[in-house]
Design a protein around this ligand. Sequence first.
Ligand code: ATP
Ligand code: MG
Length: 369
Amino acid sequence: MYLKTLHLRHFRNYQEQQVEFTAPKTILVGNNAQGKSNLLEAVELLATLRSHRTFRDRDLVQEAEELAQISASLKRETGISTLNLILRRNGRRTVNLNGENLRRQMDFLGVLNAVQFSSLDLDLVRGGPEGRRHWLDTLLIQLEPIYAHILQQYHQILRQRNAFLKRNAEKLYTTSLQSELAIWDVQLATAGTRVIRRRERAIQRLAPIAKKWHASISGSKEILQIKYSPNVPLEQNHSEKVQQALLEKLQQRTIAELHQGTTLVGPHRDEIELTINQTPARQYGSQGQQRTLVLALKLAELQLIEEVVGEPPLLLLDDVLAELDPSRQNQLLDTIQDRFQTIITTTHLGAFDSQWLNSSQILYVKSGK
Ligand code: ATP
Ligand code: MG
C-alpha cells in the first residue's frame, strides 16, 4: 500500500500542512521539537486509532483549538481510499472513509496498515508487561480489526466489575453479593476468553517469524522465544476450558478482590515473555542485544501484517537508525528496499549513505511546517 498524501489541520504543532509522498522512502529531517514525530504519530493514528505517546485526544489537538483533523489518500491494490479522522478535545471522534462517516471505528481500521518503530519500543524488552500487552493489542487491531471491538468490550466489563468491587469493598461477603458478582464473573470470563484466544493465536504466528529474524540478525547462536502467558492455562486452544479456568480463578480470588477493590484475574494481567537462550531478555545482554531483539520483533510485525493483509504495510521509523550499529542498520535497510513505504525521521542526514539519500524524498521539518 502506498500513502500518497497526508493533510494535517490543528494537529499537535501543525496549523495546516499538506504533504505529498513522492518516493517509497521519505526522510523527515529537522532539529528537535519541530514536528517530525508528530507527523508519524498522525499516520499511526490513521492505522490504529491509537497513539503510543498518549491516550488523551486533548494532547493531540493543537493548543487553543477545539478539534484536529488528519486526512490521507491511500493507494491499495483494491483502489484508492480517502481516510479522514477528526479528534476533539473532549475525546469524541469522527471517522470517515471515502466520504462516509462510519458508526463503528473498527470499519476504519485495517485500511491503512503501519508498523511504528521508535526508541520507545526498547521498553518492550526493558519495561513492564503493560507495554508488551499494548504492543500486541495494537498489532492485533491491524491483523483483525474486530479485535478493537473485543478489547473495548472486555475493558468496559472490567471497569464495571472494578466499580462494583469498590462499591462493595466494605460489605460482608453475603449470598446476594456473591450471586451479583457471579454475573460479572461470567461476563468477564466470556469477554476475557475472546481476548486471550486472539492474543494466543497472534503470538503463535509471530513467534517463529521473530525467531528467524533474530537468528539472522544476531548470527544464529541466540534463540529468541516469545511465549504468551495469561494467568490461566491455555488448554490447547479450547475456549470453553479457558473460560472455565478464568471463572474458577476469579472465584478463588474474590475475597482478595473485594479487599483490594480491583479485578486480579484476566487478560489485563497477561504477560508476554521474551527470552533469549531461555534467559529473560530484560536481564540478558547488552543494550545492543536488546535492540536486536526489538528490531527482530518489528521485522516480524512487518512480515506478519504483509502475510495476513496481503499487502506490505508502511514502516514508520522514528529516530531509530542512530540507535542501531551499521550492520543492523543495513539489515533493516536491506529488508525495506522499496518493498515497504518508509517514513524516517532524523536530526541529521549524515546517518544515511548516498545511495539511500539519492533514492529518498527529503522533507525539512521546522516549527510544524
Ligand atoms: P525530536 O527530534 O526531539 O524527536 P520532533 O521533531 O520529533 O523532535 P515532535 O515530537 O514531533 O518533535 O514535536 C514536538 C513539538 O510539538 C513540541 O514543540 C511540542 O511543544 C509541540 N506540540 C506537541 N503537542 C502539541 C499541541 N497539542 N499543540 C501545540 N504544539 C504541540
Ligand atoms: Mg521525535
